[in-house]
Ligand binder design. Structure first.
Ligand code: K1U
Ligand code: ZN
Length: 184
């Protein structure tokens, strides 16, 4: 498996709707493995194919050990609503409150080609929705109020120079270097 480069805001790949997968091939299973490995290296809870420059309708999610490969996912039901903070591995260090349905049920295909349904509430439900949005070319900043969106984008204007070519290099975690130790 490999750690892939993550595309950041400004890369057109993030705005292109994806194409549905017909057959779950070994090549796509390799992509799913790479998405998981890249997501873990970047310390995320989800990652979608467009974020690594790929056009297939595929994403991965791991929220508290609940792991999912999402192939051709769709939301089949939504309940309630909640506002909570979101981030995005493709818009590093930018956060914003997003109101979304609290509980969603998705229908998808797994890495063995088997269809399944899964229901997620709270962070899991939010992550399903965030990743499916990626597959439709949507980003969480699209939901912010005009004022908050402008603030987020002006912060990004200053930060984006760190990512030449709209590419974020992710490194395998170095032993003894846990950046969480310096957070919160
Ligand atoms: O798709 C992505 O960009 C990954 C993204 C998923 C996500 C974060 C927050 C809410 C819903 C979906 C991340 O993993 S951002 C990093 C992260 O671990 C995180 C950030 C804020 C809240 C919880 C987790
Ligand atoms: Zn994201």
């Amino acid at each position: 498996m490999s750690i892939l480069d993550i595309r950041v805001l400004g890369d057109p790949a993030l705005r292109k709707p994806t194409r549905p997968v017909r057959d779950v091939t070994d090549e796509l299973r390799k992509l799913i493995g790479d998405l998981f490995e890249t997501m873990y290296a970047a310390e995320g809870i989800g990652l979608a194919a467009p974020q690594v420059g790929r056009g297939e309708r595929i994403a991965v999610v791991d929220v508290g050990g609940q792991k999912f490969a999402l192939i051709n996912p769709e939301i089949v039901s939504r309940e309630g609503s909640a506002k909570a903070e979101e981030g995005c591995l493709s818009i590093p260090d930018i956060y914003g409150d997003v109101e979304r349905p609290l509980v969603v049920t998705i229908r998808a295909t797994d890495e063995n080609g088997q269809p399944y349904e899964a229901t997620g509430a709270d962070l899991l439900g939010r992550c399903f929705q965030h990743e499916i949005d990626h597959l439709d070319g949507k980003l969480f900043i699209d939901y912010l109020s005009p004022l908050k969106r402008r603030a987020a984008l002006s912060k990004w204007e200053k930060a984006k120079d760190e990512y030449p070519g709209y590419i974020r290099k992710v490194r395998a975690e170095e032993p003894g270097l846990h950046h969480h130790d310096t957070e919160m």
